[in-house]
Write a protein that binds this ligand. Structure first.
Ligand SMILES: [Zn+2]
Length: 110
């Protein structure tokens, strides 16, 4: 199954915050791709806070959120304060649309 991770980086005009808007699939195998983007965004401007916004994601594996949060806070204290990164999570974790379509194909084939 092809889970594509898509990310849009938005930087506030006042240069105090950056948002990584995820609108693809976030899984245990691709969450790490967000780390260099988040760290790079944080390093652009001193004191910049970075939010990883998952509210627009098409698919989120529950374990990927924990892995992402741990990896972001594992940044050494001398390079980023502990509150430099934030993860915004939707109330309900969306399931992958690809799973839905593949089950429909199986039903039609049966
Ligand atoms: Zn997916």
């Amino acid at each position: 199954m092809d889970h594509k991770l898509r990310v849009l980086v938005r930087l506030d005009v006042d240069r105090t915050a950056a948002v990584l808007a995820v609108n693809g699939c976030l899984t245990e195998t691709n969450y790490f791709a967000l780390l260099p983007i988040a760290r790079r965004a944080h390093s652009l401007i001193r004191g910049l806070s970075v939010t990883v916004d998952l509210t627009g994601a098409r698919h989120i594996d529950a374990n990927s959120i924990d892995l992402l949060e741990r990896a972001l806070t594992a940044v050494p204290a001398h390079t980023a304060p502990s509150d430099a990164f934030r993860v915004q999570i939707p109330a309900a974790l969306p399931e992958c649309p690809a799973l839905f379509y593949s089950s429909q194909v199986e039903e039609v084939a049966a």
